[in-house]
Design a binder for this molecule. Structure first.
Ligand code: TXA
Ligand code: MG
Length: 338
């Protein structure tokens, strides 16, 4: 793949210091975005760090606030599927089919970009990632703007994604002027990313739209290509993404409890998988073993676990059904290697 370098724009500009405000003022968010500023916005998956996708000077502020490498492209957010035709060309019929079933919602489409999209947004790729979020506040904001919003997850590069306005404030307070507060995110893991190549439907990132649901609509299973080797451009695919500061180990939870018995253990439990185990703290993803509930709680729980005073966090794998695969993917990338 061809990814141009953007050496002309400095990688090291320090974020401007702002007095960050949090609120539900759509007009304020709109004015800031129209003035080329960065605003954190709620979506049903995670909070995003948004700017005018058509203005490279605004987009560059996202990379600066997030301290994200410029070779990682950004998703553009639009109010509805009708708006996609301005920014993408040659939309395949399978994309239309998936869009009918899953938009607005946690599914992102990789489509051939139109000339309106700056290279900085796609990191030089001929494809642009497009998403129609379902969060009502952000939907309303998008309908008021005459440009799409580029938005990565609103976390510093490499850390757990934010699912509340407070999470955003904790890590980006001081670097951005405004956080639009839309309450806790209802899905809790990032969107599924789907790509279309030579008639094939390829999932590049597991996420809030399950493979099961997509398979039912398509009548066939999409191909999974989420490995680092296959797709080095997607930071969500970097192995150390979503990392906690406290070491996190994932595997057979009972064996891990024995292995770390001499440490202060925090367990991230699912259903009854931690029953009978000794721990300093236990946080539950879903008492009833529901993967959607677990996804919604995942990133908040990882943050709580990270700061509960434990020396090590342990978790078991979730079942590979519903949003289980997307959660396991986040745990796999967040866990301590070696
Ligand atoms: O749910 C979500 O998708 C959230 C909310 C805020 O919309 N956004 C999100 O953005 O997770 P981010 O930047 O954290 O992850 C987007 C992923 C990255 O792995 C990026 O590399 C990939 O999408 N991506 C974006 N544009 C792409 C492109 N043109 N080609 C290939 N991959 C792309
Ligand atoms: Mg991210």
């Amino acid at each position: 793949m061809i990814f141009k370098s953007f050496a002309a724009r400095s990688e090291t500009v320090a974020p401007v210091n702002f007095k960050t405000e949090t609120g539900t003022d759509l007009e304020k968010a709109r004015h800031l975005l129209e003035a080329g500023e960065v605003v954190a916005i709620p979506t049903e998956t995670v909070y995003g760090l948004a700017a005018n996708a058509l203005d490279p000077d605004a987009v560059v502020k996202i990379y600066e606030a997030k301290q994200r490498p410029r070779f990682n492209p950004l998703i553009i957010h639009l109010p509805d599927w009708n708006a996609v035709a301005r920014y993408a060309v040659d939309i395949p019929p399978e994309a239309e089919l998936l869009a009918r079933h899953f938009t607005p919602g946690p599914l992102t489409f990789l489509l051939k970009k139109s000339d309106l999209i700056p290279d900085l947004v796609t990191a030089g790729s001929p494809k642009v990632a497009v998403r129609i979020p379902s969060h009502p506040l952000t939907h309303e904001l998008l309908t008021k703007l005459d440009f799409p919003l580029s938005a990565p997850s609103a976390n510093p590069f490499g850390y757990v994604s934010p699912t509340t306005a407070q999470h955003v404030f904790e890590s980006l307070g001081g670097s951005i002027p405004y956080i639009l507060d839309g309450g806790p995110c209802q899905v809790g893991v990032e969107s599924t990313i789907v790509d279309f190549e030579n008639g094939q439907i390829i999932v590049r990132r597991k996420g809030g739209t399950s493979l099961q649901a997509m398979t039912e609509v398509l009548g066939k299973k999409p191909i999974l290509k989420t490995a680092v080797e296959d797709h080095p451009v997607a930071p969500g695919q970097l192995k150390s993404h979503y990392a906690t500061t406290t070491p996190l180990h994932v595997g057979d939870i009972a064996e891990l409890a024995v292995e770390f018995r001499n440490k202060k253990i925090c367990i991230i439990a699912f259903g009854n998988n931690a029953a009978g185990l000794n721990a300093f703290k236990v946080f539950q993803l879903s008492e009833s073993g529901n993967t959607e509930e677990a996804a919604k709680n995942l990133f908040s729980t990882m943050r709580q676990a990270d700061r509960c005073g434990a020396e090590v966090i342990i978790a078991g794998w979730l079942p590979e059904t519903g949003l289980g695969p997307a959660i396991n993917d986040r745990l796999r990338r967040a866990r301590t290697q070696g």
